[in-house]
Write a protein that binds this ligand. Structure first.
Ligand code: GLA
Length: 516
């Protein structure tokens, strides 16, 4: 009995300690890629994936770091009883089998991701992996899968607290936990045992606080119900829609960008290299938000180190959306080598007319690795305007550096900072259109035409990582100098309705240093 008890506490301690990130060497910076779910749902096929993969290359998105092509739900045709119960790829949707898809994706220099659920069925009602973890992990590895998104549907009630979500069964003998009888951990172990590095992306929608235990077994964990292509539309199916909704018992779905930003604000400190809060796939390009709203959505996801997974139909991408998603100065914040998330420094309700308690304005900021060669970090600043009107917003150095000392006492408040606008150099729509036109004129699917050839001046992270580019002060990554903010000063920005301003601050040499 005593032994049992101590084993129990040891197991609990290891679950709750936060620990270091899963040690598979992947997602050292947040993963980037594309997933079909937001724009295609269950309408998946080999053709869709391979055409999209080719366009990711042609449009220079691969070069910017969008690496994984992820096949979401609805791909299987059940299990093969005559072959160890392994999953079968739907032969109509994938006539050449899944390995052929993986091979073709790899031939383009991209990674291949797949989806399953830690339940009896997937959310779409297809065979789930619960109880079949080893056979499924082996199947994924044999196909050449590089990434697994692992969902939470049909878990048969095995959720409700952290241990149950983590564990596969409600164990009567706590020592079983030592044997890794665990719902999400079982798949983690099965993936590790394949010997193939497979990025592990938990999708349990923030249920049972995955930010407390996800880092011990996975590379990322969803923190909310499913995102929806909406800035702030309230929807009863995504409850807890307010600035205090940290403890949401029902993740739901149809979560607006504003709803997800609120939920993210409480858990930002849990992000670390190899283990990230996942705010869900991007909605940029799906058509229901304004350009300004998509800018704010992308800026915030980048600043909090969410995985950046495109969720739009790349075959019909508009020039504006290609330009937005191709902004290397914003992506460089996401891929910053220091891997720490920005945090919300304030949120003020305003007199705007949005639902759920009125609109709000917010300031987020956080540390980036220094690009000045000094010992002072660079800093990212994001001002978000939830008002329905253009708003002049202020970010004081005192608020930006409040974590370094309250009420303006931080040493950084007494310094001068170069302010660089990270959206100022967004590619023009004409340039983006030229890339799209050139690619289709060249017949991308057959020639393997790579539009980065015409995209002179675009960043190529497959040649020079963001870490190296930042260390070299590559101007493509640093935005445009807009002003200098003096000691105890304020950054002032005019921000579009539902839009964002995003800046990189770089320390300016102090007078003292010059005198030395
Ligand atoms: C859940 C997930 C989504 C998507 C669907 C597929 O809702 O959260 O991201 O994978 O399942 O059915």
């Amino acid at each position: 009995m005593v032994l049992r008890k101590s084993l129990f506490f040891a197991a609990v301690a290891s679950l709750y300690s936060g620990g270091r990130a899963v040690d598979n060497g992947l997602a050292v910076t947040p993963q980037m890629g594309w997933d079909n779910w937001n724009s295609f749902g269950c309408a998946v096929s080999e053709t869709l994936l391979l055409n999209t993969a080719q366009l990711i290359v042609d449009y220079g998105l691969k070069d910017l770091g969008y690496h994984y092509v992820i096949l979401d739900d609805c791909w299987s045709a059940g299990r093969d009883a005559s072959n160890n119960n392994s999953l079968i790829a739907d032969p109509t949707k994938f006539p050449n089998g899944m390995k052929a898809v993986a091979d073709a994706v790899h031939a383009l220099g991209l990674g291949f991701g797949m989806y399953s659920s830690a339940g009896k069925y997937t959310c779409g009602g297809y065979a789930g992996s619960q109880g079949f973890e080893t056979v499924d992990a082996n199947t994924f590895a044999s196909w050449g899968v590089d990434y697994l998104k692992y969902d939470n549907c049909y878990n048969q009630g095995q959720a409700g607290n952290q241990l149950i979500s983590y564990t596969r069964q409600v164990v009567s003998d706590y020592s079983m936990m030592q044997a890794n009888h665990a719902r999400y951990a079982t798949m983690a172990n099965a993936l590790n045992e394949t010997g193939r590095p497979i990025l592990y992306s938990l999708c349990n929608w923030g249920e049972d606080y995955p930010w407390n235990w996800g880092s011990t077994i996975a590379n990322s964990w969803r923190i909310t119900g499913d995102v929806y292509d909406s800035w702030d539309e309230p929807d009863a199916r995504c409850p807890c829609d307010g600035p205090d909704a940290w403890n949401c018992g029902l993740p739901g779905f149809h979560c607006s960008v504003t709803n997800i930003m609120n939920k993210a604000s409480f858990v930002v400190s849990k992000a670390q290299p190899g283990a990230w809060n996942d705010l869900d796939m991007l909605e940029v390009g799906n058509g229901a938000m304004s350009d300004a709203e998509y800018v704010a959505h992308f800026s915030l996801w980048a600043a909090v180190k969410s995985p950046l997974i495109l969720g739009n139909d790349i075959r019909v991408i508009t020039p504006a959306d290609l330009a937005l998603l191709s902004n290397p100065a914003v992506i460089a914040v996401n891929q910053d080598p220091s891997g720490s998330s920005a945090a919300r420094k304030w949120l003020y309700a305003t007199n705007g007319t949005d639902a759920y308690g009125g609109a709000s304005i917010q300031l987020w900021s956080g540390n980036l690795k220094s690009t000045t060669g000094g010992d002072q970090n660079d800093v990212v600043v994001v001002l978000i305007n939830g008002n329905n009107d253009t708003t002049v917003m202020n970010a004081t150095l005192a608020d930006i550096f409040v974590d370094n000392g309250p009420a303006g006492t931080a040493a950084q408040v007494k310094m001068s900072w170069e302010v660089r606008d990270l959206w100022a150099n967004r590619m023009s729509d004409a340039e983006a259109q030229a890339i799209i036109t050139a690619s289709s004129a060249a017949g991308n699917a057959t020639t393997g035409y790579n539009a980065t050839r015409v995209g002179a001046g675009r960043y190529n992270a497959t040649k020079t990582s963001y870490a190296e580019g930042l260390a070299n002060n590559d101007p493509l990554l640093l935005g445009k100098v807009s002003t200098t903010v003096q000691p105890s000063g304020t950054i002032i920005a005019t921000v579009d309705p539902h839009g964002a301003a995003m800046f990189r601050l770089r320390a300016l040499p102090t007078g003292k240093k010059d005198e030395l």
